[in-house]
Write a protein that binds this ligand. Structure first.
Ligand code: CP
Ligand code: NVA
Length: 308
């Protein structure tokens, strides 16, 4: 049965929990240079319409460690939906590869691709979601805190694709999720309403970073202007200046709170150099866990696909 990973909501709570357990097992095996070649003979097509370091490296290396092959097309080679329709691309690619991975602007076009593809589709980031990032971050949470349920987490800054995937995660795993942002950068109210309706987590949207940070175990931030909206940076620097993660603000969190950032970071804007380099920062553990969590996603999707 073909399944996809376009949104955290595509998978159940049990499937997410299993993925994290399996990712830990794969991580242990990989560290011992004994990663099983579970994707031997499999091929993957990757589309990048935005820059990437972590996502591209971790997927390409992860596929190779599992014995598969990845072919990467950038926007210079090919722009989806321009030279030919998304549905034609989906059907052609499905004849060549065992999975399609895409990083692009429009979330809608990724859903369209998945609708017409006969093979699993993985969302490597759209303007709306970044599910691979948040699945991997949950692996970091699990390793660091020994649990994933009922964590107190504040996402501070622009309510972007990463924040949206945290909201989606809150409909699958119980969280105390606070989003601290300016009035002009709040998350979509329909999305917030949908997640609250799931009644799994507590969701608070506030304009006070100090209030959001009270007693949290995790402080999360990301760039103030995402890829595709870098022209908004001057405006965002004005409206989000009170949401910078700095030593003063961090004092409102638990004394041992961990600082998360999906990277790349713009030091001096959404986070200070001092905080990102501090012992509370786990940003490079997060980056490493992209590799292990995504390998588990690839193997899981392949397993499901082989079930008729
Ligand atoms: N965090 C993340 O997705 O990084 P890249 O944009 O470098 O892939
Ligand atoms: N929100 C950021 C994440 C980068 C990994 C962006 O979309 O640019």
């Amino acid at each position: 049965m073909k399944r996809d990973f376009i949104s955290i909501l595509d998978w159940t709570s049990e499937e997410i929990r299993h993925n994290l357990d399996y990712a830990l097992e794969l991580k242990r095996q990989t560290k011992q240079f004994s990663c099983p070649k579970l994707l031997s003979g499999k091929s993957y097509g990757m589309f990048f319409h935005k820059p990437s370091l972590r996502t591209r490296m971790s997927f390409e290396i992860g596929i190779a460690q599992l014995g598969g092959t990845a072919v990467n097309l950038t926007e210079h080679d090919f722009k989806i939906g321009e030279r030919e329709s998304v549905s034609d691309v989906a059907r052609v690619m499905s004849r060549y590869v065992d999975g399609i991975l895409i990083r692009t602007f429009s979330h809608q076009s990724v859903m369209e691709l998945a609708k017409h593809a006969a093979v699993p589709v993985i969302n490597m980031l759209t303007d709306f979601n970044h599910p691979c990032q948040v699945m991997s971050d949950m692996l970091t949470v699990k390793e660091k805190l020994g649990r994933i349920d009922d964590i107190r987490i504040a996402f501070v800054g622009d309510s972007n694709n990463v924040a949206n995937s945290w909201l989606n995660m809150a409909a699958r795993i119980p969280l105390d999720l606070r989003i601290a942002t300016a009035p002009d950068t709040v998350p979509d109210e329909n999305l917030v309403a949908k997640i609250r309706k799931a009644k799994i987590s507590t969701i608070k949207v506030t304009h006070s970073a100090e209030e959001a940070l009270k007693d949290v175990e995790i402080v999360y931030t990301d760039v103030w202007a995402s890829m595709g909206e870098k022209n908004k940076i001057a405006e965002r620097e004005k409206i989000l200046k009170d949401f910078q993660i700095n030593s003063r603000l961090l004092k409102y969190a638990r004394h041992d709170a961990m600082v998360f950032h999906c990277l790349p970071a713009e030091r001096g804007k959404e986070i200070t150099n001092e905080v990102i380099e501090s012992t509370q920062s786990v940003v490079f553990d997060q980056a490493e866990n992209r590799l292990h969590a995504q390998k588990a996603i690839l193997v899981q999707l392949d397993k499901w696909h082989r079930i008729i």
